[in-house]
Design a protein around this ligand. Structure first.
Ligand code: DX5
Ligand code: ZN
Length: 214
């Protein structure tokens, strides 16, 4: 299981240091949550902030766009240092065009689904995608409760496209990661559980062990 700590739960006043710390602590990817106050009721940060913190880690930057009409901004985020770009199937009309734009900018494309969106909505694009992100909370905020009832979506994706990566995001911790691991998840995003842990390094190791033992 790969662990992608979400910097949403980090100390924004020292973002660079926090990314450096989590890189040393054994993270696999850095997860960056971009919110526009329109697609979700919260605003975080955009491409200039991602560009500023890019030098603080050699790990892949996994940029989760929770923004309306993401196609307009793909180039900005790729230039800023995004290696994987996830956008929401609910937020864009031109899905194929957005995927193609991500690829032409040199990044890996992923589609995300909110809890109330059926996973079938991403089926037409599976052969073009690097990853599907199954939300296990309503997007917008960290620290919410994990929805185990999203796991049938993961299982369905794994049946349909065994080589496609599947990521879950929201409410992942020591008590919930086993459910995701059993369903076949490849990458877990973890914000609160990792950044609010007394020792993030130990937490990342414990999460990986819990996934392995599942
Ligand atoms: C929610 C974000 C998540 C969030 C996860 O909209 O996409 O990445 O930061 O946070 P935790 O792990 O605290 O649920
Ligand atoms: Zn996220």
């Amino acid at each position: 299981m790969l662990i992608a700590p979400s910097i949403l739960a980090s100390d924004f006043s020292r973002l660079g240091e926090q990314i450096e710390m989590i890189t040393q602590a054994g993270a696999d990817w850095i997860h960056l949550d971009v919110m526009d106050g329109l697609f979700v009721p919260n605003i975080t940060f955009g491409a200039p902030v991602i560009k500023a913190v890019k030098p603080y880690s050699h790990l892949p930057f996994d940029v989760h766009l929770m923004i309306q009409n993401p196609k307009r901004y793909i180039e900005d985020f790729c230039k800023a240092g995004a290696d994987i770009v996830s956008f929401h199937v609910e937020a864009e009309e031109d899905i194929t065009g957005t995927i193609e734009k991500i690829v032409s900018c040199g990044a890996k494309p992923a589609l995300a689904v909110k809890p109330n969106t059926s996973v079938e909505t991403v089926f037409p694009y599976l052969d073009k995608l690097y990853m599907v992100l199954v939300m296990t909370v309503e997007p917008g905020f960290g620290g919410q409760k994990y929805m185990a009832d999203m796991m049938p979506k993961v299982e369905l994706l794994k049946q349909k496209a065994p080589h496609l990566l599947v990521q879950v995001d929201g409410g992942i911790g020591i008590d919930t990661i086993a459910s995701s691991a059993k369903a076949g998840v490849d990458i877990c995003v973890a914000g609160t559980s990792v950044f609010r842990a007394a020792c993030p390094k130990q937490m990342i190791a414990d999460l990986k062990k819990a996934a392995k033992d599942a």
